[in-house]
Design a protein around this ligand. Sequence first.
Ligand code: FAD
Length: 294
Amino acid sequence: MTSVLERISVGRPVFSVEFFPPRDEADQQILGRAIRELESLDPAFVSVTYGAGGKSRRGTIEATRLIAEETTMTPMAHLTAVDHSVAELRNMIGWYAAVGVRNILAVRGDPPGDPYGDWIAHPQGLNYAEDLVRLVRSLGDFCVGVAAFPYGHPRSADLDTDTRHLIAKFRAGAHFAIAQLFFEPDDFLRLRDRVATVDPDALLLPSVMPLTTVRTLHKTAELAGVDVPAWIAERMDPLAGDPAGFRAAGIDLVTNLCERLLAEGVPGLHFITMNRSKATREVVARLGLLPTRA
Ligand code: FAD
């Protein structure tokens, strides 16, 4: 199985996509369709998030298994330390390996119910993503990614501390990091500069979400942990009652963001798809990102 590291180190920019595990049969159909529609574009890898609940956790195994066994794409499963003992984490990692998934995004996760509440580790569990990276790496030949935060993680005291903790994840064995959503190219580039002063070889991928609806704009702000910049609000807010106009302006905005990131030499763009492929296909086509195996 090809590793994510190999797929993003091909000497030209690539794109990858993120899905969430389906919650029911209808979701399953939607995801199946997105997978079929994206497969021919040969994304570098396909990641599937890991939720707080037991059902969604099984969904991550099932979705990544399907991608590994029934498509030509490279799957990456997210894994969190939330409510897991080390024994359970070993078990999950074993399941991933058993279904052919050798790429894992090791994130700590947030306390279930209240993402901003106090983190409480499982009594026999782990405290930080750094520990999870070490665990995954100790269990076999896995390619491991971690999370990075352009504006700093909300729990970090300051950006220097945040950078130190990110570097610790690389030193623990992470092969690359995927940055949380952000609005301005410079927000990502500043993060890249902070990391490069300590580790010039650290690989960082930006996350991008096509802004197709008012909801996606608000979701981006929520995940980024910052307000929508004034210039973007001024452009997008008047279009709130015009879905087609909003979508067209949002796709333009995201395409421009991606163009600048590509010009700055990012190895790839990680698209948050919300399990729909159309907008991602449009942006990728406009960027001229040809299938990487073509
Ligand atoms: P950590 O790196 O452990 O950091 C958590 C906090 O602890 C930070 O403030 C950090 O600065 C601090 N810290 C780290 N190490 C130390 C240390 N040694 N000593 C003191 N403080 C320390 N969540 C999900 O539930 N499921 C997902 O699938 C998922 N996927 C994600 C994908 C991406 C690309 C990103 C960016 C986030 C994702 N998240 C997901 C969210 C993530 O779980 C949360 O943001 C979580 O709060 C932080 O995870 P982390 O891996 O960065 O944790």
